[in-house]
Design a protein around this ligand. Structure first.
Ligand SMILES: [Zn+2]
Ligand SMILES: [Zn+2]
Length: 191
């Protein structure tokens, strides 16, 4: 599991995970204190206890790119997790940056306009088109932030049933959806 965002409240984390899923990226929420007995989330003990997770390393850059997108559309002021979800283009390897699509000129990581022809360029988009999500992996300060969930964390992991959308928070790693009776597994891999 790879952390792609951290949130102070469960609703924002669930919203972010749902947004990723709507873009075809399986994502789940972990963190906070979930009590299976009363089905409630307890009070968090750290500032940003709710983590949005994806299963594979190659899903991470795209997920963070999408989260940064929600963030740029939100009217709310900056929060802590935002800094983590925005790619730090200064970390890009100059050699990997594709040339200007209009004139073929060399682009720098921080260019918003091609210095040769003046075309407006989006380095993030160009990198995604050329190298795929992994192209942006180097832009994050914690490229290997991988978490291994404990049994309790797997139970608390909030994922919808892939068949009916019922929340599987509070249920074991594998089992049968109480709502529709389908077998599920909380691997966050597309089935
Ligand atoms: Zn150009
Ligand atoms: Zn179901």
């Amino acid at each position: 599991m790879y952390v792609v965002g951290r949130y102070s409240d469960i609703l924002s984390a669930q919203e972010a995970a749902a947004f990723l899923r709507s873009h075809g990226l399986p994502a789940g929420v972990s963190g906070g204190l979930y009590s299976p007995s009363d089905g409630m989330w307890g009070f968090p003990t750290t500032a940003l206890p709710y983590r949005v997770l994806v299963a594979r390393k190659d899903q991470r850059a795209l997920a963070r790119h999408l989260l940064a997108e929600i963030d740029s559309e939100a009217d709310e002021p900056a929060t802590n997790w935002e800094a983590q979800s925005r790619p730090d283009l200064a970390r890009l390897d100059q050699e990997l940056i594709p040339p200007c699509p209009a004139c073929g000129g060399r682009l720098s990581p921080t260019d918003e306009l091609c210095s040769a022809c003046g075309l407006a360029v989006d380095i993030v988009e160009l990198m995604l088109e050329t190298h795929g999500p992994e192209g942006l992996a180097q832009c994050y300060p914690d490229p290997d932030e991988q978490v291994h969930l404990s049994e309790e964390e797997w139970v608390a992991l909030d994922l919808p049933c892939t068949a009916c959308g019922y929340s599987l928070a509070g249920l074991p790693f594998v089992g049968v959806c109480p709502e529709c009776g389908c077998r599920y597994s909380k691997t966050i891999e597309p089935s």
